[in-house]
Design a protein around this ligand. Structure first.
Ligand code: ADP
Length: 257
């Protein structure tokens, strides 16, 4: 009998003989499995806050809605849950946009030092220290997507770092006409066995902590896709109890003419 992973195709040869092709479907099954898991996870992540909002609406309709203090408390919870759903939907839209564009090489000259400064100004909590080398060439990129990478990496470093210590963002020119950027925190770090899985969609080391910090579980998956689209590389190194450094290398923009 044929194993599930093989697809059989029968054709006839020139002399009328039957030619049987066995096509290995393992790759397709893995991709299909991932797609099914992704939809299941995304639906589950949306269902939980939605159920909570519906529950509170129901309760507000009853006598609980007459007490202003209770009403205020419930509205706050509903607001938090709705925002959680909004962040998730926005990340899902980002992921699908990035995937749709994955074969278009981004080619604008982007000055990362300037972009890092802009992103730091947009971040309202946490202490971010910059260590930017001079004369770093621009990278070939998509400004909006690179800004999202910076937001996600710095956001994580603040979220999972220690509250009493700064996050350091470094930028320098690497060998081979590449530009390197790193974001380092002094947090609890990540055990080695988790590191290869962090860029999977919805993979979290500590789901409670991620959710409490407003995480969707999609941040590093988005970063990975953007970096791949830029023909760059993503590196995560971490020491438990000491901290984590996430770095990316991107090709410098080649000036034309
Ligand atoms: P989340 O929204 O959960 O932060 P991410 O995709 O950005 O999702 O990250 C996936 C997981 O990787 C996080 O839930 C967390 O467990 C871990 N992680 C990411 N960045 C760091 C960091 N700087 N320090 C420790 N753990 C981290």
């Amino acid at each position: 009998t044929l194993d599930q992973r093989w697809q059989m195709r029968v054709a006839s040869g020139a002399a009328g003989q039957r030619i049987v092709h066995l096509i290995d479907q393992t790759g397709n099954y893995a991709a299909e499995r991932m797609r099914v898991d992704f939809v299941a996870n995304a639906s589950h992540e949306l269902r939980t806050p939605l159920a909570s909002i519906l529950g509170y609406i129901e309760t507000l309709r009853d006598e609980a809605g007459e007490d202003a203090a209770v009403r205020g408390r419930f509205l706050k919870i509903m607001d938090d849950e709705a925002r959680r759903m909004q962040r998730l939907v926005e990340d899902l839209i980002s992921l699908s946009r990035i995937e749709a564009e994955k074969y278009r090489l981004p080619d604008r000259a982007v000055d990362l030092a300037g972009l890092i400064g802009e992103v730091r100004a947009e971040i309202t909590k946490g202490d971010v220290v910059l260590d930017l080398a001079e004369h770093v060439p621009p990278v070939a990129g998509d400004r909006v997507q690179l800004s999202q990478v910076l937001h996600n990496l710095i956001g994580n470093a603040i979220k999972y770092g220690r509250t009493d210590s700064a996050v350091t963002v470094k930028l320098w020119k690497d060998a081979g006409n590449m530009v390197r950027l790193s974001v380092a925190d002094k947090g609890d770090g990540i055990a080695a066995e988790h590191i290869p899985r962090l860029t999977e969609r919805f993979y979290r080391v500590d789901p409670g902590r991620s959710r409490a910090g407003g995480g969707t579980g999609l941040g590093l998956a988005i970063v990975k896709h953007i970096v791949e689209r830029h023909r760059g590389r993503l590196d995560i190194s971490s020491i438990v109890g000491t901290g984590t450094t996430v770095s990316i290398v991107l090709p410098a923009h080649e000036a034309k003419g």
